[in-house]
Ligand binder design. Structure first.
Ligand SMILES: Cc1ncc(COP(=O)(O)O)c(C=O)c1O
Length: 397
């Protein structure tokens, strides 16, 4: 091993080397097609359950048309940060669109969802404040809180009574309390209880930031996420999100009051010190937002697939945890079996993602499956056959 690998790193290096030796390491395999319901991986077509491209918009002809026309005008990228030359008319148009979607005064684009979380948290709290996180929030929230310099506390996942009593204990000690939740949880596919969060934050004078990553395009009558689902547009104070799921692209956003967004633009490192999203990406994302309204059939198809898939997996005897969205965990609860299951379904033509320690505790090892609107019934039925065969072979069902 090179001297860059310290003693502390050796345990993980040994685990990775074991997985490779056993030929059950399935990360970063070579992909050589677009991210559709079928995807070519390691030279062979597989059914795609690994992506978060829930609506399949990354290959929608209308999106590609918008992208091509932006390439013709702007080329590959804009070559600067948003405060320099990186805010084109397309960026302004998309920011206004998202502000309207979430019924906020303003919105700002960042280069990724991860950066949107770092930037929105840094702009909201700091020393003397406290971040109060659901225990299952995404790593981008955890890192954002570490970066912002506030104190931090966790409450039990989706347990609003625990949150309530935590805030009651904290409220005399801090200037500001910021509640942080994922709208839809990225490992379990359940969602946050917005009405209760609204009640509790008002009772204790706290602020609420939601991460719309897996919710935008999926939840709500119009696909406008968790606030749309509960018809509570004003419940969150700050809304952050990503385009890597609903548009199958890249980039992030933060929406909120105009003075807050202005403050973020002049203070959040993740916004100031990073190059702007390429106009071609912004154009494709803007068209994707329009398609949410123009072609609601994609969401209908997605929800039909989610319901069919969850029911089918449960009927086979799999444990899908609390999922009720396009994020579907297959809980296997054993690290090696999880890696083995993933490798075996891959050989049978199904591409999925093993989630193991340190992403989740070993006893919660799982395969994570992303349902797409573009999955056909034949895709889902074929995957049931494969899961059944491999699940029985490994004694999981
Ligand atoms: C809940 C959640 N928030 C934020 C992110 C980060 O988004 P991005 O991929 O755009 O950096 C992800 C992506 O994995 C996510 O699942």
């Amino acid at each position: 091993m090179s001297q860059l690998i310290s003693d502390a790193m050796k345990k993980q290096a040994a685990l990775l080397s074991m997985l490779r030796k056993e030929n059950i390491y399935t990360y970063s395999l070579e992909v050589s097609s677009a991210c559709a319901n079928r995807i070519v991986v390691s030279g062979k077509e597989r059914i795609n359950f690994i992506s978060n491209n829930y609506l399949g918009f990354s290959t929608h002809p209308e999106v590609l048309k918008a992208v091509r026309s932006a390439v013709d005008k702007y080329g590959l990228g804009i070559g600067g940060s948003p405060l320099a030359c990186g805010t084109t008319e397309l960026h302004y148009k998309l920011q206004e669109k998202i502000a309207r979607v979430y019924e906020r005064e303003a919105c700002v684009l960042l280069a990724s969802g991860y950066q949107a979380l770092l930037g929105s948290i840094q702009a909201t709290i700091g020393k003397g404040d406290v971040a109060v996180m659901d225990s299952l929030v995404h790593r981008s929230i955890v890192d954002g809180v570490t970066l912002c310099g506030s104190d931090k506390r966790m409450w039990l996942h989706n347990d609003t009574e625990d949150l309530d009593s935590l805030l009651a204990r904290l409220k005399t000690k801090y200037n500001r309390m910021l509640i942080l939740v994922d709208s839809v949880y990225s490992m379990d596919g359940d969602w946050a209880d917005l009405p209760e969060l609204q009640r509790i934050k008002e009772e204790h004078g706290a602020l609420l930031l939601i991460d719309e990553a897996h919710s935008l395009g999926v939840l709500g009558k119009r696909g406008y996420g968790l606030p749309d689902h509960f018809d509570m547009p004003n419940a969150p104070d700050v809304i952050a999100g990503t385009f890597s799921k609903f548009a199958g692209a890249v980039g992030g956003f933060v929406a909120g009051p105009a003075d807050f967004i202005d403050h973020l633009r002049h203070n959040a490192s993740a916004y100031i010190f990073s190059a702007s999203l390429p106009p071609l990406t912004v154009a494709g994302i803007h068209r994707s937002f329009e398609l949410l309204d123009e072609e609601p059939e994609w969401r209908e198809r997605l929800w039909n697939n989610i319901n069919y898939f969850l029911t089918g997996l449960k009927d086979l005897g799999f444990d899908t945890g609390p999922s009720r969205t396009a994020v579907v965990p297959l809980l296997i609860r054993d690290l090696e079996k999880t890696m083995m299951f993933n490798k075996m379904i891959f050989e049978e033509g199904v591409f999925a993602s093993p989630i193991v320690h340190p992403a989740v505790p070993p006893a919660e090892s799982r395969i994570r499956l992303g349902v797409m609107a573009t999955h056909t019934k034949a895709d889902l039925d074929r995957s049931f056959d494969v899961f059944k065969k491999v699940g029985k072979k490994l004694g999981i069902i």
